[in-house]
Write a protein that binds this ligand. Structure first.
Ligand code: MN
Length: 310
C-alpha cells in the first residue's frame, strides 16, 4: 500500500477530475472537492490543490500527473524527482556507482544511454533491477551491454582515492565528480543525439550534488533528474549499474591476483582478517594501495596484526 500526494494547479486538477469522472464516489469529508475509487487506488482532491493517491496503484496513477509544474509532496516508494509518465520507455542516459562501502577495491561509476528503440532489446539481454541479479550473472551480461550501448565507465583506484580522501574530499564529492565525468563522456560519444532525460541514481540531494561540482568547468544539468532506486525506473540506470559492477569485480580479480589471496567484498570482520593477512605478507604500503584506508577496517586489521606479532 502506498501513498502519493501531488500539489497541482487548478487547470490540471480539472483534467484529473474529468479523467476519473467515471469512478467518482461521494465523500463528504472536510476540504474534499472530489473523490474517485479505482479497483486498487483511491483518489482524493482537496480544496488546497492537493491530490492524494492511496492504494497499491498509487504510484502508477500519480505518475500520470507528474509534470514539471506538479510538485510531489510525499512518496513511500522512491525518493527524488517526480518522473514524467511513461518514463521507462523514453530515451534516457542513466548513471550509477558501486564499491563505495567495500574496504578493498575501487569506486566505479558507469553512465549508459538507452534509446527508446533499445529499451525492449536491453530487457531481452536480461537487464532488470540489478539488486535482483548476482555478481556472476552481471559478469556474464555486462560485455553484451557494453558492446551494444553507448556508455562510459570510470574506475577510481585506491591510491588515487586515498590521496583525495586524505585531502578532505568526501565520498559524496568524489561520486558527484565521477557521475558528472561519466555523463559528460557519454554525451560526447552521442554527438548530436540528445537523451530525453538524464537519470542519476540519487546519493545526495540535487543542491548538494551541484555544490560538489561548482568548481567544474563543464557541469551536466540539462534535463537531469534524481531518484533513489533509479535502477527500477529505467533500464539505462540498471544497465549502468551492471556495467559499474562489472568494472568493480574485474578490479577485484586483479587485486586477488596481485595479493595472491582471494579479496573479499564488503567491510565485515572477515575483511579485517584478510587485511591483516595481507599486511603481514606484503606490508602496510601494499595493503594501503588496495584499500579505502580511512575505513575502520584499517585499525581493526592492525590490531589483529599486533596480536599475532607479539
Ligand atoms: Mn546507486
Amino acid at each position: 500500500m502506498s501513498n502519493e500526494v501531488l500539489l497541482m494547479k487548478p487547470n490540471e486538477i480539472e483534467k484529473v477530475k474529468s479523467h476519473y469522472m467515471k469512478f467518482k464516489v461521494e465523500r463528504s469529508a472536510p476540504g474534499v472537492v472530489f473523490a474517485a475509487k479505482l479497483v486498487d487506488t483511491a483518489i482524493t482532491i482537496y480544496k488546497s490543490g492537493k491530490v492524494m493517491f492511496q492504494g497499491n496503484g498509487a504510484t502508477r496513477e500519480a505518475s500520470l500527473w507528474g509534470t514539471s509544474s506538479t510538485k510531489s509532496l510525499s512518496t513511500s516508494v522512491a525518493k527524488g524527482d517526480m518522473l514524467p509518465a511513461n518514463f521507462s520507455s523514453l530515451s534516457v542516459l542513466g548513471s550509477d556507482e558501486t564499491g563505495t562501502g567495500d574496504y578493498f577495491g575501487p569506486i566505479t561509476v558507469a553512465a549508459c544511454y538507452v534509446h527508446a528503440d533499445q529499451v525492449e532489446l536491453v530487457k531481452e539481454l536480461g537487464v532488470k533491477d540489478s539488486k535482483m541479479l548476482t555478481d556472476d550473472v552481471m559478469l556474464k551480461m555486462a560485455p553484451d551491454l557494453m558492446a551494444t550501448l553507448t556508455h562510459s565507465v570510470l574506475v577510481l583506484k585506491n591510491e588515487k582515492y586515498n590521496d583525495i580522501q586524505s585531502r578532505g574530499w568526501s565520498q559524496g564529492k568524489i561520486k558527484a565528480l565521477m557521475h558528472n565525468q561519466a555523463l559528460k563522456h557519454v554525451l560526447k560519444k552521442m554527438e548530436t543525439e540528445k537523451p530525453t532525460y538524464i537519470l542519476i541514481d540519487q546519493f545526495a540531494e540535487r543542491s548538494i550534488y551541484y555544490n560538489h561540482l561548482k568548481m567544474e568547468k563543464e557541469i551536466i544539468q540539462e534535463n537531469v533528474l534524481f531518484s533513489t532506486k533509479a535502477e527500477q525506473l529505467h533500464v539505462a540506470v540498471a544497465a549502468a549499474s551492471i556495467i559499474a559492477r562489472y568494472a568493480f569485480l574485474k578490479e577485484m580479480d586483479r587485486l586477488t591476483e596481485i595479493a595472491n589471496t582471494p579479496i573479499p567484498k564488503g567491510a565485515s570482520a572477515k575483511v579485517d582478517e584478510i587485511a591483516a593477512k595481507i599486511y603481514l605478507k606484503h606490508g602496510e604500503e601494499f595493503l594501503k594501495s588496495i584499500t579505502k584506508w580511512h575505513f575502520a577496517n584499517t585499525g581493526k586489521a592492525i590490531k589483529i596484526v599486533n596480536k599475532r606479532r607479539f
